[in-house]
Design a protein around this ligand. Structure first.
Ligand code: AMP
Ligand code: ZN
Length: 489
């Protein structure tokens, strides 16, 4: 069965068919973080959702190009730069590094490209010039450049592809300068904001546009099309980005190229904390680091974020984290026993590829269980990422495997086969094996997990480099039948 997603553009569940004529490659752009603070747990729900989509596409055999921009210049950032009296790069650099570190802690695959807006100013200017030349953008008295919704619609283009808009209440020529606005303020939006005293040092010089800085929406149009072409397969983000951000991205891109911008738009629903919108005043605002400091692991948080369907609002609770720990312990115990059975793990490591393949084939013919695991798991996720169904399959498999382990009816070969099936589906879930090193700091555990992933991907150069990095930080890895352990030098 093919992989299906709910496409916000068509408002329906559609089978994924990439634009690539060979049907193999898929281009995917996820709107990345605005680096003005540490990403909160709601942001992480959306980024983990993006990671799940990428992993599922790869599991289905697509060669994915995953692009996630870093928004390192926009209104909120400029305000903070002004308040903290730092330089733009110093300010955003800190949060960008923290974001990439958190990404590893949650075992999200690093995107293939993470372009920064500030490094794409020429591309952004060129795109604005194109929109001016096509007559769908205009210069305001202060030198700023705006996108004209009226002119765009006048060319037969459709503004309002992702959300229903009421144009009757729109007044011609009304403009909105800020990057974030509500549907009610449906108005021409800024592409280039003329330099103002509040911007301080944050401006660029353009011969055609004058001194200024880009609007937020145009950044994503310029970076996504540069990385993936004028038309690409998938564009993702949280549901709050549908309007105005994504609607404006479509208008700018299609207004400049005359071609369809994106084939599939996927939006993740929001996360609430203890039933409420996160806010600092309610004391329910958590960054990933807050939760790690409370004793949770990246793995538990990832698991919890992956328990709900991406299109359903998810209520995050601290009790839920406790539940995640229990659920993972059940999986770990089962997988641990499979590994121990007859020293499967060491045999698997020692086996040459061919020996292992033969052993697994033999085991596969002896039991149907692992094949069912992969088949049922895939069927659930194929259906618009039905993650609850997928977890149901996993826990049914854990129950059945535990039963067979308890009655001693599982052969070594069957255990190896079951383990291989688990590892295959875990390439999508990214839960991995429990790292036996509770006392190591999160950064060290993240490095170990990265090394395991590199080894799995046979990237031994990277895995050796990580081992050296760990050594330099005072940690050695000891491989044991129960998995790798970290030991302080
Ligand atoms: P930002 O850094 O504000 O640009 O947001 C990064 C991503 O997080 C975007 O895709 C947002 O849609 C998403 N996001 C923001 N708040 C939440 C939330 N409470 N739950 C889920 N996703 C969110
Ligand atoms: Zn974006």
């Amino acid at each position: 069965m093919g992989l299906k997603f709910f496409n916000t553009l068509s408002r329906s569940v559609q089978e994924f068919a990439p634009l690539d004529p060979t049907g193999k490659k898929a281009g995917m752009y996820c709107c990345g973080p605005t680096v003005y603070d540490f990403a909160h747990i709601g942001n992480w729900r959306t980024f983990v959702f993006g990671d799940l989509v990428r992993r599922m596409l790869e599991f289905k055999g697509y060669v994915v190009t995953h692009v996630m921009n870093i928004t390192d210049v926009e209104d909120k950032i400029i305000k903070r730069v002004r308040e903290t009296k730092t330089s733009l790069r110093d300010f955003t650099g800190k949060y960008e590094a923290a974001f990439l570190e958190d990404l590893r802690t949650l075992n999200c695959k690093e995107p293939h490209q993470t372009p920064r807006a500030t490094e794409h100013i020429p591309e952004i200017i060129a795109l604005i010039e194109k929109l001016l030349a096509r007559g769908v953008a205009y210069r305001a008295n202060d030198g700023s450049v705006y996108f004209s919704i009226e002119k765009y619609r006048g060319c037969g283009c459709n503004y309002g592809q992702l959300v229903k808009l009421n144009f009757d209440e729109m007044r011609a020529g009304e403009r909105v300068a800020s990057d974030e606005y509500e549907k009610e303020s449906l108005a021409d939006f800024a592409l280039w904001k003329a330099r103002s005293p509040e911007d301080g040092d944050v401006f660029w010089k353009s011969e055609t546009l004058g001194e200024g800085r880009p609007g937020w929406h145009i950044e994503c149009s310029a970076m996504s099309m540069k990385a993936l072409g004028e038309t690409f397969d998938l564009h993702l983000g949280g549901e709050d980005l549908k309007f105005p951000h994504h609607e404006d991205e479509i208008a700018q891109s299609e207004g400049a190229t005359g071609k369809p911008f994106v084939k599939y738009w996927l939006h993740g629903a929001h996360l609430l904390v203890e039933g409420k919108k996160m806010s600092k005043s309610l004391g329910n605002f958590f960054t990933l680091r807050d939760l790690l400091a409370k004793g949770s692991s990246g793995r538990e948080i990832r698991y919890l974020l992956l328990t709900a369907h991406y299109r359903e609002t998810f209520n995050f609770t601290l009790d839920g984290l406790q539940g995640a720990r229990t659920a993972l312990a059940r999986i770990d115990e089962c997988v641990g026993k499979l590994r121990e059975l007859g020293g499967v793990q060491s045999r698997m490591r020692d086996c040459s590829g061919d020996t292992l393949k033969r052993e697994l084939q033999r085991a596969g013919s002896e039991t149907g269980a692992p094949a069912d695991l992969a088949t049922n798991f895939t069927a659930a996720l194929d259906d618009d990422l039905n993650i609850s169904g997928a977890w149901g399959v996993v826990f049914e498999w854990v129950r059945e495997t535990n039963r067979r382990l308890a009655e001693n009816s599982l052969s070594v070969a069957e255990a190896a086969s079951a383990l291989a099936a688990w590892e295959r589906i875990d390439s999508v879930l990214g839960i991995g094996a429990k790292v036996q090193s509770e006392e190591a700091p999160a950064e060290i555990v993240a490095l170990l997990e990265e090394r395991q992933a590199a080894r799995k991907a046979k990237d031994f150069k990277r895995s050796d480099a990580i081992r050296d990095e760990l050594k330099a930080k005072g940690w050695v890895i000891e491989d044991s039948p129960k998995g790798p352990k970290l030991k302080k030098i």
